[in-house]
Design a protein around this ligand. Structure first.
Ligand code: SF4
Length: 216
């Protein structure tokens, strides 16, 4: 793994602002309608490409529309709709358990509090932040996905590889007004310029600041 070089605070703030300005239109990438669909799609998306999730959710949500549809589902039939995602059987179990808890404990409504979301099976801070931000407009933190882990290390924003620690590091660096979209901004930067294998440093808007300019 390449050596970590911590970016000085003023440079980190400049890099974050520059990226936010460049990727102004970055936004959440899974298709959903309402908190339940978002929760289900977000659980399915762990270690699975967004395009795969977006391809299967239209037929899934046509068949399973409400909490009761998931709690009463035949697990094998539900699995047949989502079998293309990784760890599909486990995710089906988690989705059905989540829906049962939501039905019994939260009156059938996806909860809008971090601690309640974290109590649901298969829901960690990334998914909880995602649901809070995109379904309820509540910004408590920054969802940390693989792009955030990769680019936070590369750009020098966080040395950690642990999502919760990275989130804390970023919360100390990123202005709160940017928390909502920061994960999507980094993902866009990763797709367009700072690619895993051959980052295009020569056209990067933060090349003057980034400690890994040309050294990846
Ligand atoms: S300079 Fe290169 S390594 Fe640094 S953020 Fe830009 S593309 Fe990525």
């Amino acid at each position: 793994m390449p050596e970590f070089i911590l970016l000085e605070r003023n440079k980190a703030e400049k890099a974050i602002e520059t990226l936010e300005n460049k990727y102004k239109n970055a936004g959440y990438y899974l298709n959903f309608n309402g908190a339940l669909e978002l929760l289900v799609a977000a659980i399915l998306s762990a270690q699975t490409k967004d395009t795969v999730v977006n391809e299967l959710t239209p037929s899934l949500f046509k068949k399973y529309k409400k909490i009761d549809d998931f709690t009463a589902a035949d697990p094998n039939e539900l699995l047949s709709y989502v079998k293309r995602v990784s760890f599909a059987e486990n995710k089906v179990k988690n989705i059905m358990s989540c829906c049962k808890i939501i039905k019994d404990k939260y009156n059938g409504k996806v909860p809008d509090k971090m601690e309640d979301l974290l109590s649901l099976p298969g829901v960690g801070r990334k998914t909880a932040n995602t649901v809070l931000i995109n379904a309820f407009g509540i910004v408590e933190g920054i969802p940390v996905d693989t792009w955030v882990i990769k680019l936070s290390y590369r750009i020098g924003l966080s040395k950690s590889k642990k999502p919760d620690d990275i989130e804390n590091d970023l919360k100390g660096l990123v202005d709160k007004k940017y928390w909502k979209n920061f994960a999507y901004v980094l993902k866009e930067h990763g797709h367009q310029i700072c690619q895993s294998i051959k980052p295009k440093c020569e056209i990067c808007p933060i090349k003057e600041i980034c400690p890994k300019n040309g050294v990846n």
